[in-house]
Write a protein that binds this ligand. Structure first.
Ligand code: SAM
Length: 246
C-alpha cells in the first residue's frame, strides 16, 4: 500500500516512520510512504502556499493551485486513488474507517496548515475529510501519522506473527481487557489469580468480563453497536444492576 502525503513539511515524517512496526513494514516493502513536497508545485520564487482569506479575518488560507497540481501529479487520470483531507470538520477517524481504508492500494493524504484549505480544492478533489478528535492541532501532519499507523497495522503482514489486531480495542467493538506481566507481585499488587491458573476457558471469560466492564464504565455508547453474545448480555445486565445498587 502506498500513502502519498502532501505537505509543506515533508521532512516531518522522516523519524517517526523509521520506528517500530511501521518502520519495519516500510523496510520490508509492505507499505510505502511517499512525502510530496507541496512547495515544489508553487509557481513563484517565494514558493508561496498560502494567502489572506477573502472576507477578511485572522490567519491565512492554503491556496488551491499547488494543491491541485500536487494531487494531479500523483493521481493523473486515475479515479481509484482516494484523496483524504485532514480537518477538524471531518468525520471522526475510527476503527471502521481505518479498516475500510486498509483495503485500498493507494491513498493521497492532504495535510492542511494555517486556517485550512481553499474550499474549491475540497469540492473538486477531496473524497473524504477526516478528523482525529475534537481539538485543533497546528497541521494535518500528526493526523497523517495517526492514519498511516492505524491503517498500516491492519494490512496483512505488517504485524508480526505474535501480534494481532483482532482482539484490540474497537476491533471487537468494545475496549480491551487489562494486561499483566512479570513480576507476579509489584508494589504490593498481585496479578489476578485466574491469569495464573492455566485454565484458558476461565481466562477467556475473565478477559471478556473485564472488557465489558471497562467499556460500560468508560465508553458505554460502544456497547449499543457491539456484537454481544447472550452470555455477554447477561453479564452486562448484572454489571448494570451492580452499578445501580452502589
Ligand atoms: N481553522 C481550522 C478550524 O478551526 O477548523 C483549524 C485549522 S488547523 C490550525 C490547521 C490544519 O490542521 C487543518 O487544516 C487540518 O489539516 C489540521 N487539523 C487540525 N485539527 C485537526 C483535527 N482535529 N483532525 C484532523 N486534522 C486537523
Amino acid at each position: 500500500m502506498i500513502f502519498h502525503v502532501i505537505s509543506i513539511f515533508p521532512g516531518y515524517f522522516d523519524s517517526p516512520l523509521r520506528q517500530g512496526v511501521i518502520g519495519r513494514a516500510i523496510n520490508k516493502g509492505i507499505i510505502k510512504v511517499n512525502p510530496v513536497d507541496l512547495r515544489t508545485f508553487t509557481s513563484d520564487r517565494h514558493k508561496t502556499t498560502d494567502d489572506r482569506p477573502y472576507g477578511g479575518g485572522a490567519g491565512m488560507v492554503m491556496i488551491p493551485q499547488p494543491i491541485a497540481k500536487a494531487i494531479l501529479s500523483v493521481k493523473g487520470e486515475r479515479n481509484d486513488v482516494p484523496v483524504i483531507l485532514f480537518s477538524p470538520a471531518g468525520i471522526p477517524f475510527n476503527h471502521v474507517v481505518a479498516s475500510h481504508l486498509a483495503r485500498k492500494k493507494e491513498l493521497i493524504l492532504l495535510c492542511g496548515r494555517y486556517e485550512g484549505v481553499d474550499q474549491r480544492v475540497i469540492e473538486r478533489f477531496v473524497d473524504m475529510e477526516l478528523s482525529i478528535g475534537d481539538y485543533v492541532i497546528t497541521g494535518g501532519e500528526p493526523a497523517a501519522l495517526v492514519l498511516i499507523d492505524a491503517v498500516g497495522r491492519l494490512i496483512p503482514g505488517v504485524l508480526g506473527c505474535n501480534e494481532s489486531a483482532d482482539n484490540d480495542s474497537f476491533a471487537t467493538g468494545i475496549l480491551e481487557h487489562p494486561h499483566y506481566t512479570r513480576p507476579r507481585r509489584f508494589m504490593g499488587m498481585d496479578v489476578p489469580e485466574v491469569l495464573l491458573s492455566g485454565d484458558h476457558k476461565k481466562i477467556g471469560e475473565w478477559r471478556r468480563k473485564k472488557s465489558i466492564e471497562i467499556t460500560l464504565r468508560r465508553r458505554p455508547e460502544l456497547l449499543d453497536k457491539a456484537c454481544l453474545s447472550p452470555a455477554d448480555i447477561k453479564l452486562l445486565d448484572e454489571l448494570k444492576r451492580d452499578a445501580e445498587a452502589k
